[in-house]
Design a protein around this ligand. Sequence first.
Ligand SMILES: Cc1cc2nc3c(=O)[nH]c(=O)nc-3n(C[C@H](O)[C@H](O)[C@H](O)COP(=O)(O)O)c2cc1C
Ligand code: SF4
Length: 461
Amino acid sequence: MHAGSAGTLADGRRRSDTALELLQAQRPSAWPRVLLDRAGRYDADGAFADAEAAGAWSVWREVMSTSPRAIIRIVSESRLRGRGGAGFPTGDKWRTCHNQTADQKYVVANGYEADPGALLDRTLMELDPHAVVEGVALAAYAVGATKAYVVVKSTYRTAVRRLENAIRGAEQAGYIGIDALGEGFDLQIELVELQGAAVLGEETTLLYALMGKKPLPEQRPPYPAVQGLWERPTVVNNVETLAAVPWIIANGSAAFAKIGAAESPGTTLVQLSGAVAHPGVVEVPLGTPLREIVEGVGGGVARGNLKALLVGGAPGGFLPADGLDIPLTFDALEAAGAGMGSGTILVVDDSACIVDVATLMTRFMNDEACGKTIPCRIGLKRLTEIGERFTSGLTRPTDLTVLRDLCADVRDSALCGHEYAATNPLLSGMRYFPQEFEDHIARGTCPAGVCRRLSVAAALA
Ligand SMILES: Cc1cc2nc3c(=O)[nH]c(=O)nc-3n(C[C@H](O)[C@H](O)[C@H](O)COP(=O)(O)O)c2cc1C
Ligand code: SF4
């Protein structure tokens, strides 16, 4: 499934500026598949029966023979952790919501994919929309929700169409809707298209947007599982988290728990981009050393030498070239100053300047901040300005100290997590590439030759 015709990818998705290839050919056959197990085995624009023949909805058809508590126990025992970035245990979130007494509960599938460079959720929703919708139904049954929303970026036209097709098909089959499965369980699933800043992907912001309120992050606790949409208990899960659930219930929690790393079991989608030989999306067992992903699947750097990996998107952290043996787990990446974030790995070769890339990411995070919290509103602007002093040759001797102190202050006062993560590129850049920062100050030069000193002469040249 690597090359398609000029207009389409081999899996039938329309090739657009952003649609990415699945790196199937380069993927070791021993790696188990959970999320894309069914991808390409049915036409996601086609008949509901074809998706069913490929295995979709087989867990849901039998779900009423298992109690909601038992479903939650299976998910807990699988040790599934949320794929939205923070890695929160899914079973714990569901149990909290299940235990609330309320006249109405909700499930929200977060397919917003805030990181504009990431296309993993989009790939999943395009290739197996039924896994996402069946996962939503299972979550709703487990926590006792009768209304669910699947939120997608409105620009993801193929994903929107295919999810809509999956929802309508499930309704017509009597699997969801009033008296689902003829078992007296009502479940309405609605697709919602949203478009806005990156912060819209944050759960409290997403819930405000769904309620038609001004979409700004809110202080937690209370967490949405206790008090979410219209103050009712609401489970918010990333679409990848939910898509893993039908597989877990079909195959058992032990089968899932034994894939990958003990503290982060299962598989996840990873996107390779930047200076890599084979950019694209691949399903990877968690715990896999980054080397096997970047070199084994991605073919290493396209030209020159590997300098760094930016793991986790714009709010992610740099790892140096000798960080390739770090395993892809929430905890190992966090300890190394990066993070799972959006699931992207930007490969940086030695023609790039780390100060320049870190500043670019900080500028993006500053532009996307909603402005509600002062340390984020002002702090990210100042961090961007200082970064740009480095890249334009106008640094002051104290800039490195100011940068470190300001990053620490900004992290300490995070309301929604955006500002905490926004400091990752600069902090990890200073941690692993201090010499590059110092050279910009002490010598006024950029070792990579990327940043140019601003001068009237240069501007007129
Ligand atoms: C600024 C910001 C943006 C976020 N964007 C997303 C996003 O696009 N998709 C997502 O699933 N989670 C995103 N999150 C995390 C969500 O707030 C939430 O934790 C997640 O959807 C929960 O799902 P999970 O438990 O399955 O990981 C974002 C968080 C922050 C702070
Ligand atoms: S931390 Fe930043 S993005 Fe989050 S609420 Fe505050 S200003 Fe908005």
